[in-house]
Unconditional design. Sequence first.
Length: 442
Amino acid sequence: MAPLPSVVWPPSLWAATAPPGPALTPLAGDVTTDVVIIGAGFTGLSTAIHLRESGVETLVLEAAEPGWGASGRNNGQVIPTLAGHDPSAMTQRHGEAGERFNALLRDSAQYLFDLVQKYDIAAEAEQAGWVQPVHSPGRFKLAEKRVREWSALGAPVELLDRDAMARMLGSTAWFGGFWNRTGGHINPLALARGMADVALKLGAVIHSRSPAASMRHENGRWIVKTANGSVTARALILATNAYTGEIESDLAPEIANEVIPVLSWQMATKPVSDNIAKTIIPDRQAMSDTHRELYFARWDARNRLVTGGAAVFPGEGGFNLRADVGARLKRLWPQLGEVEFDYVWSGYIGMTPDNLLKPQVPGFPRVHRLGPEAYGWVGCNGRAVALSISLGRELALATRGVAAETLALPFSETKTQPFRSIVRKIAPLALPLYRQLDAQEI
């Protein structure tokens, strides 16, 4: 087992502003429950909430603290789409299960905001919409296709021409695009901690500082071992995504080996004055565009513009990103002037490239049956905030015996990523390729 992860939070905006999480203790001794969940991120906590709403005995094992992994370190954009695939691609890949998944994804942002409202979670939730501008004229056809496909499924999407996009974003840098009114943004760590509180109040048990070392099915029961105890359960959910195998490499190697953890860097500016802020994304939508080297931004509750970037050699604490991303923001919104960042932090996202020859194309999420009454998924590809909470609902239903053909779970066999260790090491070197592809018209 690798050393336990530190629970000292990185100098992130979310760690500095989120309400404190619940006081939890490590697992000690041998216990039994009906469903055991490994991982207290969005997926695991959502599953726990939905199970407890149905009265199912539930225990969650977390290696550090709720939201410590990707769930508490991302940009907090609530996006009801996949990163690189439209609904038709999911249907072609998974048939009727893909159609059910598309419906889940269509409603996932609204479902997240409804959950926040239902339980009065203090997550700085703003359902202002999510917008995807296109960064070249030829890419407008991508926006047209996405609006056409999502409109056919009843999603509240709208195509925007260049002038409308300029008014929405306060910048003439883009060439139109589309937006979805149900999207928005949240403080992701505050959401994770709030969801943990909800799960506890509903009667779930959560143990922190208790990384799962192994899991096995024996005599009709699942046994999950930790350093200081074990959990025996009828059903199991693996909810570790990009961090699968990062703490205990033997926990679920077949799952860990099909996902590539890639660092995603987030940055928050110093607070921007009101008179300037009202000229930059004035209605406070979340924005992420069509660059492969993604340009993204949203406001937080304190008038900080929260963005991010990538670098081949980011330097200690992402120091080398500051100048490049600051110059980008100044280019997009000259009224900002010189940009200073209060916070720079990172976390893993789980990438599942489906074609090594085209690593710039994000893959599909992978949903798996891990054995009798055991399920899990990996491969958020940067779109997990809304998706994971809705998938948690479906995973809870699966453990309760609901028929698979009625669930929005596109099951597949595990598929090991060839040359995973090599791809993981060289992934940052793809940045020059991304920039070259971004510069090409389509």
